[in-house]
Design a protein around this ligand. Structure first.
Ligand code: SF4
Length: 91
C-alpha cells in the first residue's frame, strides 16, 4: 500500500524553526501514552522512567517531538496520579 504524503507546516517551537505534518502541530499529548502512565512525572523529568528520560533528552538535543505510541512498561495511572498529571498538563 502506498503511503500518502502529507503537507507540512513550518513554525517556531521553543525558539527553533521546525517542520511538522499538517494537522499534527500541538497534538503530541493526544497521542503519547506517557500522559496517562503511572511512571510519568512531567513536573520533574528526573523522576520519569528511563525510557521517557532518554526520549526527552533526544527531543531537547535534536529539537524533535516524539510521542510514545507503544510501550512495554506502560501502567495505567491511578486516579490520584492522573489528577496530578492533568493538573500539570493544564498549566
Ligand atoms: S513507562 Fe512508557 S508510557 Fe510510561 S512514562 Fe515510561 S515511556 Fe511513557
Amino acid at each position: 500500500m502506498k503511503r500518502k504524503v502529507r503537507n507540512t507546516e513550518i513554525y517556531k517551537h521553543h525558539g527553533t524553526v521546525v517542520t511538522v505534518q499538517e494537522g499534527d502541530k500541538g497534538k503530541h499529548r493526544d497521542h503519547c501514552l506517557c500522559w496517562q502512565c503511572g511512571f510519568f512525572c512531567p513536573w520533574d523529568s528526573k523522576y520519569n522512567c528511563a525510557t521517557a528520560r532518554i526520549l526527552y533528552s533526544l527531543c531537547v538535543i535534536f529539537n524533535i517531538v516524539t510521542p510514545v505510541w507503544e510501550c512495554l512498561l506502560y501502567q495505567q495511572a491511578t486516579e490520584t496520579q492522573q489528577k496530578r498529571i492533568d493538573k500539570f498538563e493544564n498549566k
